[in-house]
Design a protein around this ligand. Structure first.
Ligand SMILES: *Cc1c(COP(=O)(O)O)cnc(C)c1O
Length: 223
């Protein structure tokens, strides 16, 4: 299977899930997660029609971006935010899905040039409230969301989760409920970043608007 075949097959599965769960057609965005995949593979995916790419490692992403400046790619940062990389993230990405502290948000805001469009932000939620996992506790999401709303160079868009495999379905539903609560509090969020290769159909059933898919597009990670 080529990258082109994999993408067509995935888009077909996303459309089927949208229809089955009474979601509007194309209400779910496909983010191609290209961590540990070569610049050539990203180029192939772009020429097959894919415009949104997600990366986890800043250094690796910047190297590939430098090889792909001729393409109009929208770059999403989905990895762990290290404080010494925040400046680079703020300058070289269009979205950050993994904001999990007020301090990270403030530093992203401080380093985002007002000349650029505001950086789109998702708050990473630790929906399972696991001690070992990063992410904001569900009870703290409203206060961090209100804070981010005051930062001019950021545009708060939604919530992101990486659930445990054993209770992904409940986690997706709880995150959707949390989004609705925030909307009722006047925080307009249009994005739910949830679902990966193994569970994206469950995520779409629960209201996901953006699925992050790597291996099902590119195959095994190599770099
Ligand atoms: C790697 C990664 C993905 C993609 O995972 P696949 O199983 O390859 O689809 C999605 N989201 C995050 C946060 C990741 O780190």
């Amino acid at each position: 299977m080529t990258i082109h075949d994999n993408l067509s097959h995935l888009i077909e599965r996303i459309h089927l899930a949208e229809d089955k769960h009474h979601r509007q057609r194309d209400s779910v965005t496909l983010l191609a997660v290209s961590k540990k995949q070569s610049a050539e593979k990203i180029r192939d995916a772009f020429h097959a029609g894919q415009k949104y790419f997600g990366e986890n490692y800043v250094q690796e992403a910047l190297k590939k971006q430098a090889l792909l400046t001729d393409l109009t790619i929208e770059w999403h940062f989905i990895g762990t935010i290290q404080s010494n990389k925040i400046k680079m993230i703020a300058a070289h990405f269009d979205w950050v899905h993994s904001v999990n502290t007020v301090s990270a948000a403030e530093q992203l805001n401080a380093h985002r040039s007002p000349q650029l469009p505001p950086l789109n932000i998702c708050i990473e939620v630790n929906i399972d409230s696991e001690k070992t996992k990063s992410g904001v506790a569900p009870d703290d999401v409203l206060s961090i969301a209100k804070k981010i709303m005051t930062l001019n160079n950021l545009n708060l868009r939604g919530l992101m989760i990486i659930p445990n495999t054993h209770n992904a379905k409940a986690a997706f539903q709880q995150t959707h409920e949390l989004q609705n609560q925030l909307i009722q509090s006047g925080i307009l969020l249009d994005t739910l970043s949830m679902g990966m290769s193994a569970d994206f159909e469950l995520a779409i059933a629960a209201g996901s608007t953006l699925v992050r898919i790597g291996t099902a597009i590119f195959g095994e990670r190599v770099l």
